[in-house]
Design a protein around this ligand. Sequence first.
Ligand SMILES: Cc1cc2nc3c(=O)[nH]c(=O)nc-3n(C[C@H](O)[C@H](O)[C@H](O)COP(=O)(O)OP(=O)(O)OC[C@H]3O[C@@H](n4cnc5c(N)ncnc54)[C@H](O)[C@@H]3O)c2cc1C
Ligand code: SF4
Ligand code: SF4
Length: 414
Amino acid sequence: MKAHVSHPVVVLGGGIAGITAALELNRAGVPVALVEKSPFFGGRAASFVCKATDVCQKCGACRVDQALRELFETPEIRRFPHTQVMAVSPGKGGMHLTLVTRPQAVDPTRCTDCGLCLAECPVPGALLNTVSAENHPRFAVEPARCLFFQDGSCRRCEAVCPTGALDLTRPETRVELTSAGVVVATGYQPSPPPPRSVFARAGLPQVITGGDLEELLRQGGPLFRPSDGRQVRRLAFIQCVGSRDREHAYCSRVCCGYGLRLARLVRHRWPEVQVSTFYMDLQNVGPDPEEFEAMVSRELELIRALPGDVALTTDGSLMLRFFDDQSGKALFRVVDLLVLAVGIAPGPDNPRLAEMLGLPLTADGFLGSGNGAASLPPGIFLAGTATGPLSIPECITQATRAAQEVCRYLEETL
Ligand SMILES: Cc1cc2nc3c(=O)[nH]c(=O)nc-3n(C[C@H](O)[C@H](O)[C@H](O)COP(=O)(O)OP(=O)(O)OC[C@H]3O[C@@H](n4cnc5c(N)ncnc54)[C@H](O)[C@@H]3O)c2cc1C
Ligand code: SF4
Ligand code: SF4
């Protein structure tokens, strides 16, 4: 990047896509401001566990840690955690953005990430923390839950902090910024099981999502069922939950891959656990899905059917009923825990961002037109799952491309 850029490019969203775009822009000599709505960086994938068995399963989780490490080692990128863009207007030399940052109670220069504040806090959700060891600080106060911000009745975290890092009186701040361009990388939300599905209707605590299983795997030890602490002996996955249905007509692209990686990791850690995976067909599992299927079926029971019914047995297990095409019969599997491989749904802020930035929305609710940047307003670029379902490596590739487009745009317009 030869031309001198005086205003920063603002990257909205500090997940893997936003971080990648910010790092690439910084490498090209472009000033960057990285605006993240939550107090922590890394997005959803920052809490994923490494899925390596004896061999790397190429889940991409470590690539997020690596990007986070690089981000925190690059002070040139201005980080705005717990911040949102509240207004956008045309300005001299670029777009004018109003950023509002929630009160930053934890001082990163003093916090040692000891966690004493979290242990002391009496209100669930008032003291937030991230499992991502690459973030700093790993603790933050959520004003919407904290008693101090409601009625001033609590300052226990401040009192217990050994380094004086906590100051609950720090105010919300507002920054007015002119930006040379904006990269929108605000990500996705996991698709909820469709309300009509038997699993959602059942409302059973023995039914968890892929994200919940990630958390259980992080805890290590024997695999216990969260609802009652019973050790899990039989586990089933159901693929395509919240994808390829009436509410989400598209394929989420990542669930086959992550569901099977999780299933294989369970078998690797606890070989005594029986695992069945219910699926329609396998998507994005490499160049030869049949060979992959044959390989995986040596470790897991792959059942090409989706259960039509789930019932609770007298001992608290789940009975899944499905129709077996080959025998033409209804069959059953009884499991202790059922994992729904939920998919990728549009981020909740997409309609607001689309209106504020003049962006189109796809029929499924993702940002953009689904076919490239041609119809975007000048100076605005998209990256990552804000545009639709993508894996971590795909986000990295696409965000790198977006950063290159930004550089081209800046060279042409400056
Ligand atoms: C259960 C599950 C398991 C998965 N497992 C894998 C896997 O093993 N391997 C793999 O490759 N992929 C996996 N994926 C997909 C993976 O999560 C995504 O590819 C990746 O996280 C997308 O990164 P992103 O940066 O686009 O979005 P996100 O991770 O969603 O990050 C977006 C960031 O933007 C922030 N944000 C949102 N709105 C705003 C706003 N208005 N202003 C500022 N910031 C905002 C969010 O807080 C968030 O930090 C999985 C997905 C699911 C649902
Ligand atoms: S108690 Fe203080 S130093 Fe320890 S994690 Fe909390 S804010 Fe940081
Ligand atoms: S002031 Fe009290 S409620 Fe608020 S974060 Fe600290 S300990 Fe929790």
